[in-house]
Design a protein around this ligand. Structure first.
Ligand SMILES: Nc1ncnc2c1ncn2[C@@H]1O[C@H](COP(=O)(O)OP(=O)(O)OP(=O)(O)O)[C@@H](O)[C@H]1O
Ligand code: NI
Length: 320
């Protein structure tokens, strides 16, 4: 099996908003191999973006990285050392966000914007490489290179952003809801395309998303995050075949199935409800199986069939 490219271990992050300290990511782990698409799924506010941004040294103001280590290739960093993470990972990691159109500079043609990124690492044959990059992302440089961002479609803008991201030949791409702003057809096209680039370049991708069913079509491994805690993580197939965590079960039950339509089961309650105690399962206030011990400590990690589940329902397996 290929070695892991990026491994995040025991990442914890506090928020310092309004003068109060709040633990918003607790014991986050993730490991992605070269050439693999890794899905990171959870509801809005569950901590997907801040976990990944903090892992590459881009934790925003108001956040305090309390613990964790990041291994990237053969190097190891303390997650709290954001400066050194930023300095060292900026060469191997690219980021892709939603709303590419808004992120591109409206006063510079899309061709020039890709060219600028390209110039940071290449000295020769810039024009040839530029045309090639446009071709790789499925765009024609002659048609689009001289257009300004407002003159291209949302899907085309996202491809331009992808060309910028690929121009540095990253080993890892963190795609934070890259298709949320696109229509369903363009969204699938974009993800299929991402998957093929990932294979061709042996590039690792962490794909952050809300939509579990969509992500599951493209990734081989998955982490499901709830209120800053990973609830279930590992290989996609066993998680889908037999979701163990009640939250994963709820998410999968909420996915419409075209082949066998059934009533959808909406998840009740909000991500951050429940008591503000730190050492507890943060899903217990929404959980149909909640019991008193869920409130007493962070649930243990239980390994089963190529995945790990964090839930007291399986804790007898830890000692077994
Ligand atoms: N700069 C910040 N300072 C303090 N708290 C923050 C900051 N940025 C985000 N948070 C808080 O961290 C939590 C997780 O935010 P994050 O953006 O990672 O969620 P997410 O899972 O990416 O959600 P979405 O799907 O909406 O993007 C939220 O409760 C948010 O309010
Ligand atoms: Ni986010």
């Amino acid at each position: 099996m290929t070695e892991s490219l990026l491994t995040i271990t025991d990442l914890s992050i506090d928020s310092l908003r309004d003068g109060t300290r709040r633990r918003i990511v607790e014991g986050f782990n993730l490991s992605v191999r070269a050439g693999e698409i890794y899905g990171l799924v959870g509801e809005s506010g569950s901590g997907k973006s801040i976990s990944m941004m903090a892992s590459v040294g881009l934790a925003a103001q108001g956040l305090d990285v309390r613990s964790g280590t990041v291994n990237f290739g053969t190097r190891r960093f303390a997650a709290s050392d954001q400066k050194s993470l930023r300095g060292n990972l900026s060469h191997g990691v690219s980021l892709l966000f939603q709303n590419a159109k808004g992120a591109l500079n409206p006063f510079i043609t899309v061709g020039k914007q890709v060219e600028r990124v390209l110039r940071r690492r290449r000295r020769s044959d810039i024009q040839g490489e530029l045309k090639e990059l446009f071709r790789v992302v499925g765009l024609n440089y002659a048609d689009l290179g001289r257009k300004y961002p407002h003159q291209v479609s949302g899907g085309q803008a996202q491809r331009v952003a992808m060309a910028c991201a690929l121009a540095t030949e990253p080993a890892l791409l963190i795609a934070d809801e890259p298709t949320t702003a696109l229509d369903v057809t363009t969204e699938r096209e974009m993800l299929r395309f991402l998957a093929s680039i990932c294979r061709q370049r042996n590039m690792a991708v962490v794909l952050i998303a809300h939509n579990l069913s969509l992500v599951s079509e493209y990734c081989s491994s998955l982490s499901i995050l709830h209120a800053g805690q990973v609830v279930e993580t590992g290989n996609l197939a066993p998680i889908f075949a037999e979701p163990l965590h009640p939250y994963t079960q709820g998410l999968i039950a909420a996915v419409p199935d075209v082949d066998s339509p059934r009533e959808l089961v909406p998840l009740i309650g909000s991500v951050w409800g429940g008591s503000s105690e730190l050492d507890r399962c943060r899903f217990s206030h929404r959980c149909p199986h909640a019991m008193p011990r869920c409130e007493r400590r962070i649930p243990p990690a239980v390994k089963r069939d190529g995945r790990e589940v964090h839930c007291v329902l399986y804790e007898q397996e830890v000692s077994a």
